[in-house]
Design a protein around this ligand. Structure first.
Ligand SMILES: N[C@@H](CCC(=O)N[C@@H](CS)C(=O)NCC(=O)O)C(=O)O
Length: 206
């Protein structure tokens, strides 16, 4: 399988960390792609009409899979170990809603970057930036109270760790000062081989 990836994408890293945690990383050829709505990547668009990474290309003419949520769900079907997306009960809904909050963290971070550095200065809208900053702070507080810090790794943990490390990588609003449990948990999670094997690097090309 081939993973259309990006070394500075929280979503692409989430899919790859998931593959490592599921024991599937050696089945993936990882290919870096730059993407931006202002900088069309024809190879990515050929596989995903949204022009976004990650995309998982499967052998045998099977359709490409996107987005990161779908890729993780697919990889878990190949996972011969303990499932990383709990299959039933409240554990499933908990992991999926944690994943949803993590997706929102990355989305808010990207939106803040548009309103601070990516969009030309005269086109930035500070009220929109502030609205997204508020979403980040509310989500940090939610995770401090709701994340199951002690339980075995699931997709929600992977999504939160890859989102938070990306937010720090991009110097977006910090969470450590007011959310010590989250910060301590992240520092431990970041030492996992899956995280160490997938460092963030590079700049966005708009
Ligand atoms: N919901 C998607 C989001 C993917 C996404 O936004 N990827 C970014 C890179 S971080 C991208 O390729 N953006 C290009 C664009 O917006 O055109 C996922 O979870 O995979």
């Amino acid at each position: 399988m081939k993973l259309l990836y990006q070394t500075h994408s929280p979503y692409a890293r989430k899919a790859l960390v998931f593959a490592h945690e599921a024991g599937l990383a050696d089945r993936l050829a990882v290919e870096h792609h730059e993407t931006s709505p202002t900088h069309r990547n024809a190879q990515v668009f050929a596989e995903n009409p949204l022009g976004k990474v990650p995309v998982l290309l499967r052998p045998g003419g099977l359709p490409p899979l996107f987005d990161s949520d779908v890729i993780c769900a697919y990889l878990d079907t190949l996972n011969e170990g303990r499932k990383l997306i709990p299959e039933a009960g409240e554990a499933r809904w908990h992991a999926l809603r944690v994943q949803a909050v993590a997706q929102g963290l990355a989305e808010a971070g990207i939106a803040i970057r548009w309103e601070t550095t990516r969009r030309p200065e005269g086109l930035r809208y500070l009220a929109l930036r502030d609205g997204y900053i508020a979403k980040l702070h509310a989500s940090y507080a939610w995770l401090e109270g709701e994340l199951d810090f002690e339980s075995p790794v699931h997709v929600g943990h992977i999504a939160v760790a890859t989102a938070l490390t990306w937010l720090e990588f991009r110097d977006l609003p910090p969470f450590r000062d007011k959310h010590p449990r989250l910060a301590t948990w992240l520092d431990t999670f970041a030492q996992r081989p899956s995280m160490r094997a997938t460092p963030l690097s590079g700049n966005t090309h708009d």
